[in-house]
Design a protein around this ligand. Structure first.
Ligand code: SAM
Length: 298
C-alpha cells in the first residue's frame, strides 16, 4: 500500500479543465502520494492527461511533467485558456440554440470545443447544461452577471443575481435550482489562467503506445473506465490491450493506474480514496466504488 501524510498536501485550489472523468477532486492527493512514495526526481508522464488536472498539479509542485492526450481538442483547449484573457472567457457562455448550432458544425475550432465543454451537462459536449424550461433564464442570468461584475466567484452575492432571482416568478428556481453552473465552470478556467507557471505547459497528442521507449520515469495513467460508454472519448478503448502495455512498462518504470476497479488480476489496489462522508450520509457502503490507484502486484 502507498502512504499519504495529508498534512503535506498543497494548500489552495485544485486546477484543471472541467472534463468528463477529471481527477481534479483528488489531483492534489494523487501528486502528493507520488511525491511521498516515489520522490521528486523522476519525470512524470501524464499520458492520458485529459483536462490536465494532474499535469497542472505536478507543475504547481515543481515536478517535471509530460502532458499528453490522444485528443488534440482537449489539450488545445487547455493551452488556449492559458493564452487568452479574462474577457475572452466571457465569450464562452452560449445559449441553448448556439450550443446546438456549434454541435452540428463539421469543423470545430478550439473555442467551439470549449463552448461545448463548459455549456454541457456533465461536460459531455452533447447535452445542453440546463433543461429546456430553464435554459433561457439561466443563460440570461449568467450573461447579466458577467456583464456587470468582473469576478465570477461569489456570484450569488451580486446585486444582479439577487435582483433577477427576486423578480423571477420561479420560486422553486431560487430554492432548488439557484446555481448558475456555467459560472462555476468558467471560474475553473479563470483559475487556470491566473497561474503563470502553467504557461510552460506544452502538450503532445500521441497514443500511449508511442511512449513504449520511456524508462526510469513515473507513468500516471488514467484510462477511460472499463465500463465507460466507449463513446465518451475520442476513440474506442481496448482496456486489455492497455493493461498488457502498462504491465510491460512497469518493468522499467513506476506505473500507477487510476480506476475504480481493474479486471486484470496482475494489478492490485495500492491506495483508495475513501468517501467516508458520503457513505455515512447515504447509509450505503460505497465499497468498491471508491477511486483507487493500482500498480502491478509483485
Ligand atoms: C479518464 S480521461 C483522463 C482524465 C484526466 N486525468 C483529467 O483529470 O482530466 C481518459 C483520457 O484518455 C484519452 N485517451 C483515450 N485513448 C487514448 C490513447 N490511446 N492514448 C492516449 N490517450 C487516450 C481520452 O482522450 C481521455 O482524455
Amino acid at each position: 500500500m502507498l502512504i499519504l501524510n495529508e498534512k503535506k498536501i498543497r494548500k489552495g485550489k485544485p486546477i484543471g479543465l472541467p472534463y468528463q472523468g477529471s481527477k481534479k477532486k483528488i489531483s492534489k492527493k494523487i501528486v502528493e502520494i507520488i511525491k511521498q512514495n516515489f520522490g521528486t526526481d523522476k519525470p512524470i508522464y501524464d499520458i492520458l492527461g485529459g483536462g490536465g488536472a494532474i499535469t497542472a498539479e505536478c507543475i504547481l509542485n515543481g515536478l517535471e511533467v509530460h502532458y499528453n492526450d490522444l485528443d488534440k481538442g482537449i489539450t488545445d483547449a487547455f493551452e488556449r485558456v492559458i493564452s487568452q484573457d479574462h474577457e475572452w472567457i466571457k465569450t464562452l457562455i452560449v445559449s441553448r440554440d448556439e450550443f446546438f448550432e456549434i454541435k452540428a458544425k463539421e469543423n470545430k475550432t478550439t473555442d467551439d470545443f470549449l463552448k461545448l465543454l463548459i455549456n454541457s451537462f456533465g461536460n459531455n459536449k452533447k447535452d445542453y447544461l440546463y433543461s429546456k424550461e430553464i435554459s433561457d433564464l439561466k443563460y440570461k442570468l449568467a450573461k447579466e452577471i458577467i456583464k456587470n461584475h468582473d469576478v465570477f466567484s461569489g456570484y450569488k452575492q451580486t446585486e444582479t443575481y439577487k435582483k433577477v432571482i427576486s423578480e423571477s416568478e420561479w420560486d422553486w428556481f431560487n430554492k432548488k435550482q439557484g446555481k448558475v453552473k456555467v459560472l462555476q465552470q468558467i471560474q475553473q478556467l479563470e483559475q487556470i489562467q491566473q497561474l503563470e507557471q502553467l504557461n510552460k505547459v506544452k502538450a503532445t497528442n500521441k497514443s500511449y503506445h508511442d511512449f513504449s521507449k520511456v524508462s526510469g520515469a513515473i507513468l500516471y495513467l488514467d484510462p477511460p473506465y472499463e465500463e465507460t460508454n466507449q463513446k465518451s472519448y475520442i476513440n474506442s478503448f481496448n482496456s486489455q490491450e492497455f493493461y498488457d502495455w502498462a504491465f510491460e512498462m512497469a518493468k522499467k518504470n513506476i506505473v500507477i493506474i487510476s480506476s475504480y476497479s481493474i479486471s486484470d488480476k496482475r494489478f492490485g489496489a495500492v491506495y483508495s480514496f475513501d468517501k467516508a462522508r458520503s457513505t455515512l450520509e447515504s447509509g450505503i457502503s460505497s465499497k468498491g466504488k471508491n477511486e483507487k490507484l493500482f500498480m502491478v502486484k509483485y
